[in-house]
Write a protein that binds this ligand. Structure first.
Ligand SMILES: Nc1ncnc2c1ncn2[C@@H]1O[C@H](COP(=O)(O)OP(=O)(O)OP(=O)(O)O)[C@@H](O)[C@H]1O
Ligand SMILES: [Mg+2]
Length: 321
């Protein structure tokens, strides 16, 4: 059995300004085992980043306690920092005006990483991120995707036991997201790093995490296996088709309505597209696409998941019925 790496017990946080008080994390508790990748999700403002900041020791909880590998990040921040790597996708921890390699060297010195270990890790990160080609570039000139890779490498130079990733895929294109997920998986496997990741992209969670914790208005409303969650709430998908020819469009809508059960059709004839919403079930997509194909050449189409936010809303509604 893997040991418990992160413990959060009855933690709350209120932000206080001159006249206002806002409870944003409300009595949350959970344990995370070594080597787990856990998705920490919730709508904007749910309290995710606040939680991550408390886990890193940047913020203090009003009550409750936190332990990372047996150390309190609040009581012993310096020691705890050695065990922690953190990435805030919205911000960089790199030195903006310096070449990337200088940031890495500074971090190497701060964390007292030996030359051998440092070089070994750079080699490895070059394999998965092609990081070496970026070393001479000034950080401010890096593209968003390059900077994100560089930030991840920076957070891992001291090989921390725990990695907190606050929206590591934000703003990345689809291809870079895939690459990023592969890299996160590899790092987790090679170093058995415990990873907590927040994101608004359900694909990130679906592909990386066995377990999700869902936060809503500061409270944990779900903490369980991802498959149970998706089975229940990721039941809907949409196919978006673009069709220029209006007659063809009407004809298609007609035959979809007549021949396929339980679908919702919305269309926009000005912008020439149809949105078909269907319940995920075996061969349903195939039947829809076949029918479209029978109505002429298969046009451009995209299949989209139900947005993560909608799934969380459904979950909330079920829990509060
Ligand atoms: N320093 C602060 N002072 C006052 N209120 C704050 C402060 N930081 C965050 N908040 C508020 O606390 C709430 C939770 O913020 P937090 O950043 O933790 O949300 P989040 O779940 O990370 O959201 P997002 O998905 O948008 O990143 C928000 O309503 C936010 O406005
Ligand atoms: Mg946030």
């Amino acid at each position: 059995m893997n040991k418990i790496m992160i413990t959060v017990s009855n933690v709350s946080k209120t932000y206080k300004n001159k006249n206002t008080k806002k409870l944003v994390v409300d009595n949350i508790s959970f344990d995370i085992k070594q080597g787990e990748i856990v998705g920490y999700i919730g709508k904007n403002g749910a309290g995710k980043s606040t939680t991550i900041k408390m886990l890193c020791g940047i913020l203090y909880p009003d009550k409750g306690c936190i332990s990372i590998d047996g150390i309190s990040p609040q009581k012993n921040r310096l020691k705890s920092n050695l065990n922690i790597g953190v990435i805030f996708g919205q911000r960089t921890q790199l030195w903006w005006d310096l070449p990337l390699k200088d940031s890495f060297r500074i971090l190497k010195a701060i964390y007292k990483v030996s030359d051998i270990e440092f070089n070994e890790r750079l080699e490895y990160f070059d394999e998965i991120f092609q990081i070496k080609s970026l070393l001479s570039a000034t950080v401010r000139t890096l593209s968003l995707g390059e900077r994100m890779k560089a930030d991840i490498v920076a957070s891992l130079i001291h090989n921390p036991k725990v990695l907190f990733m606050d929206e590591p895929t934000i703003g990345l294109d689809v291809y870079s997201k895939v690459k990023m997920r592969e890299a996160i998986q590899k790092i987790n496997q090679k170093y058995n790093t415990t990873i907590m990741i927040t994101t608004h992209d359900f694909r990130d969670v679906e592909e990386l995490c066995e377990r999700v914790i869902i936060l809503d208005k500061g409270k944990i409303i779900y903490d369980n296996n991802i498959h149970k969650f998706t089975k229940k709430y990721s039941d809907e998908k949409k196919v978006i088709i673009s069709i220029e020819n209006q007659i063809q469009m009407m004809h298609l809508i007609n035959s979809l309505q007549n021949k396929i059960n339980d679908i919702d059709i919305n269309f926009d004839d000005k912008n020439s597209f149809i949105i078909i919403t269907y319940k995920k079930e075996k061969k349903k997509l195939m039947r829809i696409l076949n029918l479209i194909n029978e109505n002429g050449d298969l046009p451009d189409f995209t299949v989209v998941d139900k947005p993560l936010e909608n799934m969380i809303e459904d979950l909330y509604r079920m829990e509060h019925k």
